[in-house]
Ligand binder design. Sequence first.
Ligand code: AMP
Ligand code: ZN
Length: 487
Amino acid sequence: MTIKIHNTLTGKLDEFKSIQPEKVSLYTCGPTVYDYPHIGNWAAYIYWDVLVRILTINGYDVKRVMNITDVGHLVSDADEGEDKLEKGARREGKTAWKVAKFYTDVFLDGMKKLNLIEPSVITKATEYIPQQLDLVRQLKTKGVTYQIDDGIYFDTSKFASYADFAHLNLEELKAGARVEYNQQKRNPSDFALWKFTPEGEKRDMEWPTPTDLTSDGKERMGFPGWHIECSAMALSELGKTIDIHTGGIDHIPVHHTNEIAQSETANGVRFSNYWMHNNFLKVDGRKFSKSLGNGYTLDDLKKQGFTPLDFRMFLLQTHYRSEGNFTFDNLQSAHNRLHNWRNIAILRHQIHDTVTSDKERNDDEKTLSLYATSQAIIEAINNDLNTPEALSIIDEAFTKLQNTRLENINANALNQLLDTIDQTLGLELINNTPDISDESKQLIIKRNLARQNKDWNLSDKLRDELLDIGITLLDNQIGTIWQYTDK
Ligand code: AMP
Ligand code: ZN
């Protein structure tokens, strides 16, 4: 089966070909751990989780590296302003190290809640300082760096294809450069590889600047630029050329453009063959912003009665390259959809499998269509992670199942379909739909008997008893089935 990926590098839908057979190296730009991640941040990681899942289903052994930016990400992407970590430290009256540790743990915990597959390697920028300095050294040797008062910079005019990746207009950039841009820089697009701790200041996170990297040999403390971190970690863990690099669309013009410039200048080969970028999630049609107070976290959703998997379902309804719009109404619809899906998943506990032989299974048209549904889901996601398409394929199949008599549903085919949905979309349908207890089953049998005997009082009483323990009975054209009651 072929996987198609919209590649920012070519601007096209490209067929995916890995460098090594059956292996994929994947780098995901990870979180800056200075505050609680909002649901927009999580959007990115949910989409890339689906990417890992679909690659794995296609038989690839995926080595995925995700970094934790725990130093050097400045408030402005133009290398100006405070380090977000030091700012977080001031806000909370803790050291930057403590802040980083706290929010790294928050992030890892959120990953579990959202059922995100843990990357093969999680790299903290602060643990790769020697590798970052080494990369700066290589760039210095190539003659593309220069030093100004506040650090060592990359001269973007020395990388001929600098503007290509993001289709930048460098002339316009120059003309539009605001006054506050550091006038010592040779070009507005030049960026810091290593910044010096300002004289007279002491940062929580700082390292000695090797004197061979500076032009004057003076001893100074310093810290890495955000872009060099990703280049160095990707290089150390995955090699000079990687298969796929992912991030949000905000990374295209600066962060990823700079990663490419550094990595390709240092190594002389292409940095990544495929670049994938997720679009942004908005809230009520607006950007996330502190002043609007709309930077909802997973805890905020929980307070309104929604689970992380409700949010996961919500997000999968939008293609990763389309702009998403979060509203609590939309989240409610996603919650309802997930609830309905779980009620289909529990049919597997209620099927008395009457289709026994393989021959019968193969002859059974409904069984075949369930197997075909599994295939269609994979094909939709193979096509540039088309999760909305996969969701409508599932809805269609589930609507058919809702109208099929239980004895005509093949348990194996249903189980396989549920397994495919869980593997591709990570919605945990199987784990979240345990069978009911034997006592509850006895109550259902008693209630059905009462109903047959037209003992409506007893029948209603038992039905209410079941409702109290979260089980709803449905008497419809496919028979009497039980469902979970939505809370
Ligand atoms: P940060 O922690 O600020 O480095 O951001 C982590 C990731 O979240 C980055 O890959 C961003 O591109 C992504 N991101 C930030 N805001 C949004 C949003 N509203 N929608 C989707 N992705 C976002
Ligand atoms: Zn990065």
